[in-house]
Design a protein around this ligand. Structure first.
Ligand code: MRU
Length: 358
């Protein structure tokens, strides 16, 4: 059975509390937008696609409970609540793009005189619920395209992959993006081994990716973040595959802190470096990665492990949660529509969804 980070049945939403993994499996109820904001902000649910889906589903849950009879008020409430949800974590763009699309939908439904308030709510909620299905379909396509690209460029029959952070079932509605590529390579029997980094300070690699890899019985080894150069020098790595929180129009990619240094090391060793992400992670409104807002998180993530202090009391900390890998270090961006070089992105994003670059 694959891991399920999001459990949803019409009007009922629960998320797997990722703060407790791998030691405890507990689901937290999300009864509306306030709960949605909190589980995202506290990182009980995390990963760009999962953040977007849980945020929007929390709105669906709330709407299904409300008896607003006025379409104009419903539209206003929707816009305010979506903007609030977007503020829970600033770097991943998926929730912002989903919110913009949903606000457009609410405007259209509000303006259409033939749509009753009940129909408005029903159609709006269904379009949110569809995000769950679409995300899994997109991830399977990403897995397939990524697997083909890596095998086409591999010199031998089996491959060794390095990944960073967690991009699997826990970070998405299911299957995963970069971990979806790894899953797909494993299904094709061509995966010799995968290495996952610990991913300090929040340890998404050691706690979550390692957990998923063990659960799926994929041959895997955990390394600490500072072992990446030694790994590339000694283990004949075929490719690096990571996820993304926001890809700018030129291909610069914000992802978990540490991704940038892995890309530099990969370049030095001539190892292809792939970003696996759905088109909903691409922000065509930003010309380059300099404009991506990087979330900074509390010192405690660095100074403590659980309740146990590991850093000297009194030391100051800097804890940016993401960094930006420049486009020139990226071999390809694996999407649900195929694998593209960064400079092909502008031709891939449908014109009607592309926001004019600032
Ligand atoms: O801080 P997190 O755990 O939300 O960061 C997650 C990542 O950086 C992932 O690599 C990214 O969101 C892609 S998840 C499919």
């Amino acid at each position: 059975m694959s891991l399920e980070s999001i459990k949803y049945k019409r009007g009922k939403l629960e998320v797997l509390d990722q703060l407790l993994l791998p030691l405890q499996t507990k689901y937290v109820k999300v009864e509306g937008v306030e709960d949605g904001w909190k589980v995202i902000n506290k990182m009980q649910v995390r990963g760009a696609p999962a953040i977007a889906i849980v945020g929007c589903l929390s709105l669906a849950v709330e709407l299904l409970k409300d008896d607003i009879e006025d379409k104009k008020i419903m539209r206003q409430e929707i816009e305010g609540k979506l903007n609030y949800l977007v503020s829970a974590r600033p770097t991943a763009v998926n929730i912002k793009l989903a919110a913009d699309e949903l606000i457009n939908l609410a405007n259209t439904l509000n303006a259409d005189e033939n749509v009753t308030p009940n129909e408005f709510k029903e159609r709006f909620v269904i379009s949110i619920e569809n995000m769950l299905i679409k995300d899994i379909e997109d991830n399977k396509a990403i897995g397939k395209f990524g697997c083909e690209a890596i095998l086409n460029n591999a010199n031998d029959g089996s491959v060794r992959i390095l990944t960073h952070c967690n991009t699997g079932s826990l970070a998405t509605a299911g299957y995963g993006t970069a971990l979806g590529v790894i899953r797909s390579l494993n299904e094709s029997k061509k995966l010799e081994h995968v290495y996952c980094t610990e991913t300090r300070p929040y340890n998404q690699g050691a706690r979550l990716t390692a957990y998923e890899l063990v659960h799926e019985k994929i041959p895997a080894t955990l390394i600490v973040d500072s072992m990446v150069s030694a790994l590339m020098y000694t283990r004949n790595i075929t490719a690096v595959v990571v996820g993304a929180d926001r890809v700018a129009a030129n291909g610069d990619t914000a992802n978990k802190i540490g991704t940038y240094q892995i890309a530099i090391v990969a370049k030095h060793h001539g190892v292809p470096f792939y970003v696996a992400a759905p088109l909903s992670s691409i922000d065509m409104s930003l010309t380059s990665g300099d404009r991506i807002k990087i979330e900074e998180r509390p010192d405690r993530e660095m100074t403590h492990i659980g309740e146990h202090r590991i850093a000297a009391p009194g030391i100051s900390c800097w804890n940016p949660s993401f960094d930006v890998t420049p486009t020139n270090l990226i071999t390809g961006i694996i999407t649900e529509k195929g694998v593209f070089t960064p400079n092909q992105l502008k031709d891939v994003i449908p014109k009607d969804s592309a926001v004019v670059p600032k």
